[in-house]
Design a protein around this ligand. Sequence first.
Ligand code: 9MR
Length: 367
Amino acid sequence: MLSRRETLFTALKAACGISVGAASPLGTLLTGAAAAETPARPPREWTVPFGAALRDGPLANEADYRAAVARHCAQAVGEGGLKWFDLRPARDRFVFDQPDKQLEFARANGLELRGHTLVWAEVMPDWTRTISQGEAEAELIRHIETVMSRYRGKIRSWDVVNEPIANDPASRTHLRPSIWQQRLGEGHIALALRTAARTDPQARLIINEYDIEFVGDRFRRKREAFLRLIRDLKLRNVPLHGIGLQGHLRADLPVDRDALSAFVAEMRSLDLEVLVTELDVVDDKLPAATDLRDMMVAAKAYEYLDAIQAAARPSAVLSWGITDKYTWVPMYFKRSDGLPNRPLPLDEAYRPKPLMRVLEHFCGARR
Ligand code: 9MR
């Protein structure tokens, strides 16, 4: 009779063509109730710091949530809080309550808090539409100076610019439309980075982007456009220390291993650090069965992290949430069978899933 493990591997092969040897490292990582039984690795033992995005509701109201983050993470980042929409309800008001609370929690638990984000086309408050072309430069500078100086020496790594490349770039110079792009052109990116460097010379300045990793024409164009922007900034000596690969993986899309490794190698050759900033695995198209689905999610993250690791060790890996209980995924990728999505390292009861073991494998001390 087939063991549970063999049955799962057979199903995995049938569902997504991934062939896993029972004794292979991936096989060991993917299977077994052991995922739930393995004690969490204390964050201080991570060689690549692992972290997660924080959601403010449960952070304020749920002891289990706080305990899970403190137990598993060495880093954290606000899922919201530092975005313009949250921080700037009106032109003359900055509201720092959320990020202040995140920082307090991070510091109390020995976590490094990352800053997300200073420049992004999305979730801009309505009043920003009234910023004129003549005012845009001063407004952007004021925002970055005000926010970064408040957290100087406390938040040491910033997604200064988030998602600068067009969703489906028609050319290598095709950037995402935003009020900054409309008012100031591409120069707003260098302006933001220079302002950030002046405001906090010690901070690590990062540009963060998504959809860099898959097979397909749109993803190739996205990589090329991102690479063009990064090379251009480096060539002009604009301060930039690294890039963030968001890593919102689609379980149904194959990772372009060679292209992703080559991209990471190119970043390293430009002396840039590479972070994985928003890892999760979108499981809307996966089979319903929980065991199999969790394995497929973990296998996808393995495929991705292995391709990055083949070129360079990332300087941190953060998932976009810690528990399936709180995830953005159903906002865009609800399952048609009505089952809850399972994109994150811990299940809704805070039990580690196979994805957590994959993360421990890549980030853990014994590697
Ligand atoms: O997960 C975030 C969600 O809760 C917010 O409503 C949304 C808008 O602020 O942003 C989500 O986070 C996004 C991140 O900031 C940038 N990359 C994509 C993330 C998922 O949409």
